[in-house]
Design a binder for this molecule. Sequence first.
Ligand SMILES: *[C@@H]1O[C@H](CO)[C@@H](O)[C@H](O)[C@H]1NC(C)=O
Ligand SMILES: *[C@@H]1O[C@H](CO)[C@@H](O)[C@H](O)[C@H]1NC(C)=O
Ligand SMILES: *[C@@H]1O[C@H](CO)[C@@H](O)[C@H](O)[C@H]1NC(C)=O
Ligand SMILES: *[C@@H]1O[C@H](CO)[C@@H](O)[C@H](O)[C@H]1NC(C)=O
Ligand SMILES: CC(=O)N[C@H]1CO[C@H](CO)[C@@H](O)[C@@H]1O
Length: 716
Amino acid sequence: MLCSIVYQLSLFLHLVLAHEAYPIHYFSETSLSDEEIVKRAVQDLHNIDAATDLNECLTCKARLQLAKFLGLTRPDLIPQVFSIWCIEAEYDEIQCHMNYGYPSEDYSTTGNDFAKVASLMNPSGLDGDYFCYYHDSSCHVLPETPMIDMSNMWPPKPRNYQPPDGSGEVFHVLHISDINLQLDYTVFSEANCTQSLCCSPQCRNQKATAPHVNENANSGYYDSSYSKNHFEKGKYLDISKVRKPTWSPARQFGEYTCDTPVLLLNNTMQCIRDLHQNHLSFQFALFTGGTVDHSDRCFMSKEKNIKSQETSYRIMKHYLDTVDVIPTFGTRDIFPMNQLPQKNLSENSNTYQWQFDLIADLWSELGWVDHDTAKQIRYTQTGFSLLAMEGKLKIISLNSNVWNVKNLYAFWNVLNVDSYGVWKFLINELLDSERNHQRVWIIAHLPPSYQSIPLPTKIFTNIIERFSPRVIAAIFFGYIQVDTFVIQYGSDGTDKKELENAINHALIGPSVSPFSGVNPSWRYYAVDSKSFSIVNSFTYYTPLDKSFRNDGAEPNWEFAYSARDTYDPEMAWPSECGLTTEWWHNVSRKIAEVPELELMYQRLETRWTDRPVDTDSVCKVTSFTVDARKQCMLTEDQDNYIEPTVQNDYIPYIHVDRDVVEYVEKEEEEEKEQQQQQQQLANEWEQHYIENNATIITAKPIPKRKGKSLHLSAHL
Ligand SMILES: *[C@@H]1O[C@H](CO)[C@@H](O)[C@H](O)[C@H]1NC(C)=O
Ligand SMILES: *[C@@H]1O[C@H](CO)[C@@H](O)[C@H](O)[C@H]1NC(C)=O
Ligand SMILES: *[C@@H]1O[C@H](CO)[C@@H](O)[C@H](O)[C@H]1NC(C)=O
Ligand SMILES: *[C@@H]1O[C@H](CO)[C@@H](O)[C@H](O)[C@H]1NC(C)=O
Ligand SMILES: CC(=O)N[C@H]1CO[C@H](CO)[C@@H](O)[C@@H]1O
């Protein structure tokens, strides 16, 4: 096959040499075979790894440089080149295939996404800095988060911005999260596996062979089911007939190492339905995402991904019937998982479009979204809004893959603050509600204090700050499995965590799935019918371990706690007043100061399992963003945060709507020089690469720049 790369090469050089046109002289005497290109590119990657003058982050960035070069000329070869390099460099073979492999319907591989993003991003600038920090385990340099001025995005905040008063009357809203349906959950399969996800037919314990005699015998092995909303206890399954030695054979209702079997989901929904029909009624339900299980990417096929979504939503509909569900986008509920191309990457959006059509069709068929909302989901792919309670409450649902570090597309042009258009959408919706005296709830899957990219989360919190407390009445997330809440403080959470700096707060719903060692759980809220503020929350759970020894009967669901009774037992705060940010701030103070209350909080997080507690409770509940969390961990003297060894010397300062990025210099001169030297080396290396590997090219050396370091000025 001929390799006609001359035109693209000159394009590439324009990009690499950046912002000024250099005369490029090239001649093409050879046409390389694909095989030869792959061989050379792989060798180049090894050479980069072997280069002794680059630190870990620059090594990663040099590899991205090569990926960009290939991405602009032969993107089709990237998966092959990077998979071969990755395996030869002795990284985990399966993960190599998942990261770089060609697209396949059988595995969640992201080779194409990587190729696309690599061709777009600026490897030697902030794109590369962020990409390498999050996607190369040996690079620990996290760039300083850009400063941002968004004041041109909205009219000034009105001075009196108090929320409306409550009416004292309440209605109820259900909150379900993280079902993580495990479709291939199999009774008797290994629950103590070393290869994710346990309790599936293909999982194994690769460390040690299990003993033949099993301790668990005679407990929880039945093949029960729900039919016509009745529990039918199945026949007893005799474990002694199982030939394959298994450490911990999976029981019918689930295991703490596994996700939700269909039987457990039915049981959960049945319990919710009973409560709704016989005790109180839900106006509607929130679902904060998560229908796909936690399998490794190599066990996640397209078919399984789709079926998990369909089955979960249909079962929810079956049991909730007339109670409408307001859903949001999950991070893994897409194939390949966690990926979200910007809408304007036309060829890529087409390959992803069907997924948004799928949920738009399904959610409208189930009656949860109307025609216009379905259109919005299809078209924007990043957010939609709908009205509840006769139009007095607006609910905005956001696609949190926008800030998910696992979404490769988020590393393209990181200084473009709104490449997805999602913030503009959110701001317009909020302005509209501000004008119409409407209150707003925001729902999304991934909380911005976990697995999130700093800049988009900073933008998100700036928006929340502008519209709190009058417009934004409540914020809900899921994803982390534990039952918790988080308070947002001013200046991206870097202000002192005192009452006067508290801006808003989010409620993070517990998971139905027991995965990671928690008991299955969900909650409902009492909501003021005029202000739409949350007045109380009520969590239910089932102690899963009891289902291990109850002769195959249905698990019992129990009331776990109410927020008020637990955190304000003296009822100091009047019962008709909402659980405001001030109230949650007071709770966080109590957790920090009263050891018994901290312990109680930790028990509630997991719903009383014996999973080891997370010790960072206070940082967890007072850090709304990853940056705030980092700062909290450092000041709280925690040692599980790695501080970057080399800092960047300039912090970008973005003025939104004026299309300007300035660079603000940091003080440390020494560090700056060191950084510049490193960058110079990288540039020389890059040059060396261009000269040596595309022998067809000779280019003028990049002239030295005055003052600012080269990689940052590339964004100007
Ligand atoms: C779960 O409930 C759905 C809806 O009623 C039903 O179709 C399915 O067979 C049930 N499965 C089990 C294992 O109970
Ligand atoms: C789980 O498997 C490990 C070997 O990987 C074994 O040492 C351990 O005892 C097992 N635990 C249980 C509860 O079966
Ligand atoms: C698409 O969005 C990116 C990122 O915002 C922007 O840089 C680019 O110019 C846009 N491309 C098109 C074709 O609109
Ligand atoms: C929070 O604590 C302060 C100081 O103890 C108290 O004055 C205030 O009433 C409390 N607010 C709420 C909402 O509980
Ligand atoms: C640095 C490097 O790997 N250069 C290679 C580029 O291509 C030539 C052949 O044209 C090889 O000989 C070099 O090893």
